[in-house]
Design a protein around this ligand. Structure first.
Ligand code: LLP
Length: 418
């Protein structure tokens, strides 16, 4: 369900025609629908009747306008870096609704998050716990902690985005975790309050979630038997979306399956959804530059792998649509960008609309891990981001300029003389 629809054969985001935005801001740009973002957040959050906090995974889409939108709906944030903490606070998210995950939090990042007073640190190793305790002591505070347990569950998704298998770098194996909880419980500057896990992303089945949940519930019970009481259970994110033919479970089924597994546990739940909230709430709009119809058909556009890395990185599928005149001849072709790499494609061997130079193109389902993974490769200024709300739209991130590209770079004195 989203608000990108054709009216009179022209793609609109809510009530705004895409060509109107393109004329105002140029291409390429990301376009997000506020109505879709709100709806997805509310459907997800509203599916849980248990006491819970929905912490949006900032990495999926980090623009502060979008974080603000979720904060206004009562959302918290799941962060994985000091930069994401900065963004969440800049967006006005209360610190007591922020949870911090990740295997490599630096001392400085831990310090900043302690100073901010966040809800929970999801600690992923004994050494991190020790560092956190030292920083908490220096600040004279107690750090609220959950250990991230690696439940060794196969999420049945792309290998690069599986995180809950023993061979993945994430979390702590159960046996070690139990021992570490015992130690943590005795540390003066650590307050043990929860357990966390996250098994992967773009999951399209419920069974791995349920398997992980069952293991976590059993683990919480073991902890309690050992005299360690926890009141928060963080189950991470990972619910998938439809890019093509996938049929992921709707949030209501996901919530129901979790509620069943949690019955009687007496824990507040933390959820860290990213993709399911923003994935289908954003598109990447670009313009066709040229076409090549030799042996193979290429449609060359002004967006590239630096703007949307997912196809190159994960061989991910994104549906490609003509912004004007959707019903047209289709051709088997690649949609490629200007970057000097064969791996630079947005669509490969797909039946694409037969686009001519100058035409606008929409790459769908680009709201999650789209702009947030963009880079300046080939010295390409990053695209603009636009938020539509009803009949209004606003640029929520300006297109970068050439000056932005070299900001912070200097030519040292020893090279300055000719
Ligand atoms: N919580 C933690 C600890 C995570 O590592 C992640 C995602 C999430 C929550 C949110 O997962 P989601 O609900 O969005 O599936 N760049 C990849 C996805 C990487 C996901 C990393 N972790 C992609 O474009 O498919």
């Amino acid at each position: 369900m989203h608000h990108f629809n054709y009216k009179n054969d022209v793609l609109h985001c809510e009530d705004v025609p895409i060509p109107e935005i393109a004329a105002a801001v140029g291409t390429p740009f990301y376009c997000y629908s506020a109505a879709t973002l709100r709806r997805h957040f509310q459907v997800f959050d509203g599916a849980f009747s248990l006491p819970h906090l929905t912490c949006f995974a900032v990495k999926a889409c980090s623009n502060i306008a979008i974080l603000r939108l979720f904060a206004r709906l009562g959302g918290g944030m799941d962060i994985v870096s000091g930069g994401e903490l900065y963004r969440a606070l800049a967006a006005g998210v209360p610190a007591e609704r922020i949870v911090y995950s990740g295997v490599g939090k630096t001392r400085r990042e831990l310090h900043e998050a302690l100073e901010a007073g966040i809800l929970q640190f999801n600690v992923e190793s004994a050494q991190e716990l020790e560092t956190l305790a030292q920083e908490a002591r220096a600040l004279g505070v107690r750090a609220p902690v959950a250990l991230r347990v690696n439940p060794n569950v196969d999420p049945k998704t792309h290998a690069y985005i599986s995180t809950g298998l023993a061979k993945n770098k994430f979390g702590i194996p159960e046996e070690e975790a139990l021992e570490l909880y015992r130690r943590a419980a005795e540390m003066e500057h650590i307050r043990v309050q929860g357990v966390s896990c996250h098994i992967g992303s773009q999951l399209t089945q419920l069974s791995p979630f349920v398997e992980a949940l069952d293991k976590m519930v059993a683990f919480v019970e073991r902890l309690r038997q050992a005299g360690i009481n926890v009141s928060w259970l963080d189950l991470g994110g990972g619910l998938g979306i439809t890019y093509d033919q996938e049929e992921p479970p709707p949030p209501a089924d996901y919530a129901e399956a979790l509620a069943r597994g949690l019955a009687g546990l007496d824990c507040r739940l933390i959820l860290e959804p990213g993709r399911v909230i923003v994935g289908n709430a954003g598109i990447l709009v670009c313009s066709t530059l040229y076409t090549k119809r030799g042996g193979k058909h290429f449609i060359i556009v002004d967006a590239a792998m630096n703007d949307l890395a997912r196809p190159s990185l994960y061989d991910a599928f994104h549906c490609v649509q003509a912004v004007k005149g959707p019903e047209r001849r289709r051709v088997r072709a690649d949609l490629v960008g200007p970057i000097c790499e064969t791996g630079d494609f947005l669509a490969r061997d797909q039946d694409l609309p037969d686009l001519a130079p100058g035409e606008l193109v929409a790459v769908m389902s680009a709201g999650a891990y789209g702009f947030s993974m963009a880079s300046n490769y080939n010295s390409r200024p990053r695209a603009a981001e636009v938020l539509v709300d009803g009949a209004r739209f606003a640029v929520i991130r300006k297109r970068e300029t050439y000056e932005d590209l070299v900001r912070g770079e200097t030519i040292p004195d020893f090279l300055a003389q000719s």
